[in-house]
Design a protein around this ligand. Structure first.
Ligand SMILES: CC(C)(COP(=O)(O)OP(=O)(O)OC[C@H]1O[C@@H](n2cnc3c(N)ncnc32)[C@H](O)[C@@H]1OP(=O)(O)O)[C@@H](O)C(=O)NCCC(=O)NCCS
Length: 265
């Protein structure tokens, strides 16, 4: 009887793994199609277009609604939580098949999908926040440019993470690139330089990185730059509500002595 149950469990796990792998392949294929369309049709908005109230060129929703930020999700009042849940339900209704993460521009409460919607430029508030971080800590998020073409294609750098968790406060390495530049090794190349700066120049003792369990690309970058993952460190992100599909996070880390040992510099 127990044996049967074990076999059934193993079969179900195998089926689930197959379904997840097929879904990931399908996501990659669809994302590549989008990426090509964005490139062909010049979907990206400039900061000036966002400020002038142009709607998102992916889903057509407004980018700025003037209502202001959500508070951190763990600090929402019951009324705000109810409004948040309604906004989330509306979002899921529009983006039923995306299976992608969400993002929102600082200064508004409209959510957009990192799958259907081309990335927007940083808002003034986000830029201010990054600049304040540089003033306070002497390091932060840098703009990323390709050597072979002018213009910002994303951001990458080191941030102090302070949300409540067993490993915080800590220094986190993070990255985000516009989708048409994915898959070229650029995140890995940049992240290696960020690590060199963090351990070599700032002499940090330890650098962390974390992401939602399903963010396979980001996890792969973490692995390629030598960060290590211990499943015992996985955690629920306190800024995402119970039941949120991205709440479960993996934690990767590297200590300075490990980086010195493994790097050939
Ligand atoms: C994460 C991100 C920066 C990666 O950028 P990138 O330039 O494509 O990264 P790289 O090309 O250096 O490496 C990507 C790796 O992921 C692999 N990869 C791509 N899709 C994958 C998938 N579905 N499953 C597993 N690995 C995948 C690539 O094959 C490559 O590994 P390889 O060199 O061993 O082949 C980019 O996807 C991004 O900006 N994503 C949105 C923002 C984000 O998620 N940021 C992290 C939040 S924690």
């Amino acid at each position: 009887m127990t044996r049967m149950a074990d076999d059934q469990r193993a079969q179900r796990a195998l089926l689930r793994a197959r379904q997840e792998a097929l879904a990931a392949e399908e996501d990659d294929r669809r994302l590549e199609e989008r990426r090509q369309r964005w490139l062909r049709e010049g979907m990206h908005l400039t900061s000036a277009e966002v400020a002038a109230g142009e709607p998102c060129r992916g889903c057509g929703e407004p980018l700025l609604d003037g209502i202001g930020d959500w508070y951190p999700l763990n600090q929402l009042s019951p009324a705000d939580q109810a409004e948040y849940d309604r906004a989330e339900a509306r979002f899921l209704e529009r983006h039923r098949a995306c299976r992608s993460h969400r993002w929102s521009l600082s200064g508004h409460r409209v959510t957009h999908c990192g799958y259907c919607c081309p990335p927007t430029p940083l808002s003034d508030r986000q830029i201010e926040r990054f600049e304040r971080h540089f003033d306070e800590h002497g390091f932060g998020m840098w703009a990323v440019e390709r050597r072979d073409a002018p213009g910002c294609i994303g951001r990458m750098g080191l941030l102090v993470a302070t949300f409540p968790a067993l490993f915080t406060p800590c220094v986190e390495i993070g990255w985000m690139l516009a989708a048409e530049h994915w898959g070229l090794g650029l995140a890995t190349e940049g992240a290696r330089e960020v690590l060199r700066y963090g351990f070599g120049i700032l002499a940090l003792d330890e650098i962390f990185s974390f992401t939602a369990v399903a963010n396979a690309r980001s996890r792969r970058v973490m692995e390629k730059i030598g960060l290590r993952h211990n499943p015992a460190d996985d955690f629920d992100h306190p800024n995402l509500p119970d039941g949120h599909p991205l709440r479960r996070h993996v934690l990767y880390r590297s200590r300075r002595e490990e980086w010195l040992r493994d790097s050939d510099t």
